[in-house]
Design a protein around this ligand. Structure first.
Ligand SMILES: [Zn+2]
Length: 206
């Protein structure tokens, strides 16, 4: 693959990325920022973990997320209902923020990766491939599903003194979704993806 000059994401230093072996990373000599990490068969692994994360996210929307029991009465909440219950009308902003960072943004991010992977694996590039990749990179820092889970668990400590709380099928599915999402992020590499795009673009135009 032809070497491409890139600017460090943190300090803007221009440099050439050398050819990397499996699990090797390129680090900025000025600020130590990890520019890229190369994994063999990364595109296949990226797509596999993305699809796995999508399946677990879909599952976690369907079944009970938390089950409360108090004096023999049982009430189960889905993931969306749990988000709603953690914020009332005074905290509508918190509710929107939680809903976005826990469900909407990860969903859009994963769907963008599916689209880009599909485009890279086809004969020619699909329309809006660079825009979709840019969009995925833009929303990447807003993938905060694990922060949502921690905030739920912290809130539960208080509730557990008042009622019996059990975790539903969705809760475990959501944990598996977070693990799959973390694996997806490991293989989602800005430099490698843009390099693949450039390579595909050159091939498309002969
Ligand atoms: Zn740097």
């Amino acid at each position: 693959m032809k070497k491409r000059k890139i600017a460090c994401h943190d300090c803007d230093l221009l440099m050439l990325i050398p050819h990397l072996k499996h699990r090797q990373e390129a680090v900025c000599p000025r600020c130590g920022f990890i520019l890229t990490r190369f994994y063999q068969h990364a595109p296949v692994k990226l797509l596999a973990f993305t699809l796995t994360a999508l399946v677990f996210l879909t599952f976690s929307l369907k079944f009970p997320f938390l089950i409360f029991s108090l004096h023999g009465n049982e009430k189960s909440l889905t993931l969306i209902e749990s988000i709603q219950s953690f914020s009332n009308i005074n905290y509508i902003f918190v509710s929107i923020l939680l809903f976005s960072t826990a469900i909407v943004i990860p969903l859009l991010f994963l769907l963008s990766i599916v689209y880009v992977s599909w485009s890279f694996n086809g004969r020619g590039l699909l329309p809006f491939t660079p825009q979709t990749l840019k969009f995925a990179l833009l929303i990447l820092p807003w993938n905060m599903a694990e922060i949502f889970l921690v905030s739920i668990l912290v809130s539960l400590i208080k509730i557990m003194t008042l009622a019996n709380v059990n975790f539903g099928l969705s809760f475990f599915s959501y944990i598996l979704f977070i693990i799959s999402l973390s694996a997806t992020l490991m293989y989602f590499d800005r430099y490698q993806l843009w390099s693949t795009y450039q390579l595909k673009l050159r091939k498309s135009y002969g």
